[in-house]
Write a new protein. Sequence first.
Length: 178
Amino acid sequence: MEFVQDNTIQKIKLLFVLERMEIPLTENNLIDICTSSNDWFTYLDLKEALYELIEVKFIYENKFENEESRYSITFDGRTCLSHFLYRIPKDIREKIVAYAQENRMSYKRSQEYLSEYSKNQDGSYSVTLKIKEPFSSNSLMTLKLKLPTRQSALETTKKWTEKAPAIYEHIFDTLLDS
């Protein structure tokens, strides 16, 4: 497939975003990064570039059961990027690099530390907290808690992303302590 001149820069920018983020990203992550948080793409340009790059195998789509697919740059995509990187304006490259450095870990945590809550018939709330293996759909740990109020359930789910690694380490160390 040949690149159409009009969207070549968009495709190269998308490859650069994926390379700099260094983690597989969902389509929603890409939309957030490239259109909502930054004005690097229009929604339609992003979708078109994504699917064209998947078609030519410059982006790999990793599908997980009952989850959003995650996208990452392939070796061929990196090779292409290395040849055409100069076509992305320097100021845009710098913005992408800065954004990736500042936000990479929060996207990684949002994929690995999951939380949700629901109301029970008795008025209490059930909270499910998960730690997933990186780049996998396998769960390392799942905690289920019953909390008395919606506020306590909300606070727990908000704190989970920050506290999950320490909680996992504590539980693991406690169970294996001899």
